[in-house]
Design a protein around this ligand. Sequence first.
Ligand SMILES: Cc1cc2nc3c(=O)[nH]c(=O)nc-3n(C[C@H](O)[C@H](O)[C@H](O)COP(=O)(O)O)c2cc1C
Length: 233
Amino acid sequence: MRIAWAITGAGHLLKESVEILEKLSKNHEVTVFLSAAGEEVLNMYGLFDRIKNITGGYYRELAIEMDQKYSYPISGRLSLGKYDLLILSPATSNTIAKIVYGIADSLVTNTIAQAGKGKVKTLIVPVDLEPGDVDTVLPSKLELAKCQNCEICTAQAACPKDAITPNVEIDLLKCIGCGACKNSCQYDAIDVGKIITIHMREIDIENTNKLFKMEGITVVENPEAILNNINSV
Ligand SMILES: Cc1cc2nc3c(=O)[nH]c(=O)nc-3n(C[C@H](O)[C@H](O)[C@H](O)COP(=O)(O)O)c2cc1C
């Protein structure tokens, strides 16, 4: 099967999505489409290289926002029906809001729109699915309460991207989530994978509900459940 897989900038369900994507790429041709935020957030969680490792070659490209400029030519493949399936996982509240109002101004939203025109079946895993609170995982974080502001910061020295300002913060736009900082700080001042609880906004849930009514789109509750839906394509 030929699959287009789009990733947006959600930390929630990101690792789970990458795991299913890796699985599918073993037996299917998979092209990966990243939103600009998707690329950044994959880096923050140390997952970007895993995407790079499974891409390469015709119909196995890694399409990124910046290379596709303003008209996203690669998404034309969807309007031509060149893929059997489009998967968007994880889908941010931002991208869902755009999709349900027909906006196609980014690589991922344009790919969804073109899939509709090319009648390519689309599976979407929205991060905001049900009302209430949800646990989610943070990228690397400097815990100021534990930071001793050492004269020589071993975490800063260990960081290959110069992302750490001791006693201030980790610059997430430089961080590649490698965890070298965590392992080097004797005061355990770096948190990697901290769980926090966030509240699902009503407007995001409303938008997800609109998604259920869109033609050609199936809402899937989590990345693992994508596998059940694949067999029916
Ligand atoms: C570490 C990190 C985690 C994020 N996780 C989420 C998330 O789980 N869900 C979400 O809707 N937005 C999340 N965001 C915010 C989105 O990245 C942001 O809204 C972005 O503009 C979405 O763009 P996109 O929809 O084009 O990917 C996160 C941002 C950061 C920095």
